[in-house]
Design a protein around this ligand. Structure first.
Ligand SMILES: [Zn+2]
Ligand SMILES: [Zn+2]
Ligand SMILES: [Zn+2]
Length: 107
């Protein structure tokens, strides 16, 4: 008995009944820059949450009345670094030219 209960509790989040709101997530490829930023170069695939209440989903009706649906993607479910460079990303390069120093540390 107890082991069945534990197996249920340890099941991955995707198997939790669909009352839990899900959101679309993407798998991206990108470049890891010297400044610490990961810049997406390609969207590999999208995981559709199949929710009518999510504007990113294929299930969302195009003529949704008074659309107040979710508009944002969750953080990428997978980020694949395809290239690494010591250069700063465009944003940080701009900062460097303007201020002559490295940008403040980013996490
Ligand atoms: Zn979605
Ligand atoms: Zn809507
Ligand atoms: Zn940067």
């Amino acid at each position: 008995m107890h082991s069945i209960l534990l197996a249920f509790l340890h099941s991955p989040p995707l198997l939790i009944p669909s009352s839990t709101p899900a959101m679309c997530r993407i798998h991206s490829e990108g470049t890891q820059h010297g400044c610490g930023h990961y810049i997406i170069t390609r969207e590999v695939s999208k995981r559709d949450c199949n929710s009518k209440g999510c504007i990113k989903s294929a299930m969302h009706p195009p003529s949704c009345p008074n659309c107040a649906c979710k508009r944002f993607l969750e953080p990428d479910f997978q980020e694949t670094v395809t290239a690494k460079t010591k250069d700063f990303c465009a944003h940080c390069q701009y900062w460097f030219k303007k201020n002559g120093t490295a940008p403040p540390p980013q996490r």
